[in-house]
Design a protein around this ligand. Structure first.
Ligand code: ATP
Ligand code: FE2
Length: 323
């Protein structure tokens, strides 16, 4: 069995995998009282809950210490204090158990789990709080075909939510409000090549809110506009690479309207859409364990003190030796 630990941002998660199967996926999320994530506070949270989440995951998986072959940990990219908390915990466990550590890039894990739902060589639309990227494999690396030039789409949605009095995470609440909204055509649609940007739309949303436009109408129009940009970028990547599969990842991909728009685009161009279950779309330990197992089976493993964090590692810096 491989145990995976996720701690790049607000979630402390532990997952257990064997031959690609989910044996356990347990997590606890740091929730700021107001405003955004404070990295040190989130790291404190992770240290506090680590042992308990570990115990719960191992007991759910029916996994004893001697079953553990390696510990996978998301050492990049993310918030440095949070990454440190996770890596230190992983090193402590690996040393105690005498097993190696497998470092896993968080963004790549979102893509790799596409295989668990049937994808083989997909384009990933990774739409989370901090990240918004379109990623696909090409000659030895995962390449970023397009990305946000400013905010991640989830942060963009959460910031607008905060402005209108909806606490973090605002995405699910605004999705509900959008159901009663109508389209207003005034929001800037901003895509350049395969890159998107949200700051212009953010300013416009605030202005329209101050003018008295309802949150419902703003939520609906925001979703239609922002998601159309993401779908367009994903479609360009499919066209450019000639790939026939789209995988969704990241918390924003929980949004039913985004899923619907992606499905329509895929149907129109004869591609297949794959969407992991909600608990695997958001940050979780299982996706790290799943990816860790693939890397481990290809011979990637380190001594516990041979792994460091890399808060800014980019998806295309990772040499993909396992494909
Ligand atoms: P990463 O570290 O991968 O960037 P993250 O921690 O920033 O991840 P996730 O846990 O993947 O983010 O997702 C959280 C984000 O998803 C929040 O911004 C939240 O508002 C958004 N979100 C969750 N559900 C929905 C939804 N139904 N509609 C829109 N956004 C959603
Ligand atoms: Fe993530």
């Amino acid at each position: 069995m491989i145990v995976g630990i996720e701690t790049t941002a607000h979630t402390f998660g532990v997952g257990v995998v064997k031959n690609g199967k989910v044996l356990a996926n347990v997590k606890d999320m740091y929730k700021p009282l107001d405003g955004g994530i404070i990295p040190n506070k989130s790291a404190e949270h992770h240290k506090l809950v680590a042992q308990q989440i570990w115990d719960e995951a191992l007991s759910k998986a029916g996994c004893s210490d001697s079953d553990i072959e390696a510990i996978a940990v998301s050492n990049a990219p993310g918030l440095a204090p949070c990454l440190h908390a996770g890596l230190n915990f992983a090193k402590m466990k690996a040393t105690k158990l005498g097993v190696p550590i497998v470092p896993v890039n968080h963004c790549i894990a979102h893509l790799e789990i596409g295989q668990s739902v049937g994808a083989s060589d997909p384009v990933l639309l990774y739409a989370s709080g901090a990240n918004t990227q379109v990623i696909a494999y090409s000659s030895g690396k995962y390449r970023v075909f397009g990305e946000t030039l400013d905010l991640g789409v989830g942060n963009f949605i959460d910031t607008f939510g905060r402005h209108v009095g909806i606490p973090f995470p605002a995405g699910p609440v605004l999705e509900g409000k959008a159901k009663n909204g109508k389209y207003i055509p005034d929001l800037p649609y901003s895509i350049k090549g395969m890159d998107v940007s949200f700051s212009g739309m953010q300013t416009k949303l605030k202005q329209l809110y101050e003018k008295g436009v309802s949150v419902e109408n703003l939520a609906f129009s925001m979703q239609e506009t922002a998601f159309a940009m993401l779908v367009e970028a994903a479609e360009r990547a499919l066209a450019h690479t000639g790939k026939k599969e789209l995988v969704l990842g990241g918390g924003v991909a929980c949004n039913a309207r985004l899923q619907e728009m992606c499905r329509m685009m895929c149907e129109e161009r004869g591609a297949k859409m794959f969407c992991p279950a909600r608990e695997f779309l958001v940050d979780n330990g299982w996706m790290i364990a799943y990816t860790g197992e693939i890397l481990f089976n290809s011979g990637i493993k380190n001594k516990p003190n041979g792994v460091e964090i890399d808060a800014r590692e980019r998806t295309d810096q990772v040499i993909v030796k396992w494909k």
